[in-house]
Design a protein around this ligand. Sequence first.
Ligand code: ACO
Length: 433
Amino acid sequence: MSATTRTLTLTDNETGKSMELPVLSGTIGPDVVDVRKVYGELGYFTYDPGYGSTGSCSSKITYIDGEEGILQYRGYPIQQLAESSNFLEVAYLILWGELPTQAEYDKFQYSISHHTLLNEQIITFFRGFRRDSHPMAVMCGVVGALSAFYHDHLDMSDPEDRRIASYRLISKMPTIAAHAYKYSQGQPFVYPKNDYGYTENLLHMTFATPCEDYKVTKVQAKALDRLFLLHADHEQNASTSTVRLAGSSGANPFACIAAGIASLWGPAHGGANEAVLTMLNEIGTKDHIPEYIKRAKDHDDPFRLMGFGHRVYKNYDPRAKIIQESCYEVLDELGMHDDPLLQLAMELERIALEDDYFISHKLYPNVDFYSGIIYRAMGFPPSMFTALFATARTVGWIAQWGEMLTDPEARIGRPRQLFTGAAERNYTPIDKR
Ligand code: ACO
């Protein structure tokens, strides 16, 4: 980040007081106006609910150009990474800033595959949940509970302690997600196998039973790996900002990631992948599409086309395009290329993209539109879709948390407000109200 010679002048036309706001430049992307001193000098807060115009931090991890549909991790275009890399290599890149050498990759892969077991006491914790608990509720609780297991000896100012916490989280998330599924099915937990790849292990722990191995096909493991790679980070979205905000107070990293999981769960964010499936099932057949498109356009109807629209992308979400291709591959492999749900999704997309409302509002399919169709084809129930998203996004969350802790400009997150409630008034005793 560098200061330009440009400034913006902010003038109060009532008092005549004014100040110069420095303009800062990143490597690429829009410049930002530095408003840090506005309150001190002019006595104003800035107002931006939803943070549509507000940069909350500087970051070197992920770059998005929403107008052009560009997504890059550490400078590498997402298309190149999806084509040539894999989730663990990308995880390393996101965490450490550079692609690993073979030796670095092997060491990282070994480390991640050797922290997959959960403390057996955590297993008892799972058993406390209701049988029908949503996997995201279970993940939120179990990941939060990990903070009780790894707290006393954790020194967050020590890079090695931060590294170990990060690796533990990335390693254990597939185990936690798979155990959440097993618990909901009333099946025994299946333990991780260290010689399996990351997504292969997750599929194994989810679908194998003590009586029967599960044969993970290459196409399935690859498709899941690619989905994870595409979900690994997405700069300062709601859940990542939640992790940063929670972490800004110096909170335990496992507790911060639990906060991120909670934020991701909402249907406007990561919960949309589950909501898309619910919506497609509700639409049912192609002849009902116009009715739902009409509802989505009606501002008096709360219905929205799930998997469509994005705060940042005003163009096709680049991840959605790649996922659409994977979708064909997986369904082909599973002999499901005529899957009625895929046909329905494609027709819905076609009709929406030709509709004036969706064109003028720049609403395109997002990452969640097709991902659920792949997860479902692999055998995951819709309630697991967001848990899979959370597993992949843990990489981004923990990398952003680590970046924040080492940022000399970072302070505890403390937004201000425009107070619109009652001004001071006197307490009235209850019998006088
Ligand atoms: N269907 C119909 N209309 C929509 C949709 C949609 N999916 N999304 C946005 N709009 C309309 C809004 O009604 C609004 O219209 P108006 O300007 O005429 O009033 C306009 O587009 C702008 O919408 P906002 O809600 O202001 O946009 P915002 O940036 O706040 O929200 C969001 C983005 C939450 C993603 C929204 O598009 C949405 O709800 N989409 C459906 C849920 C979804 O798919 N979420 C996943 C996002 S990707 C992710 O988090 C991983």
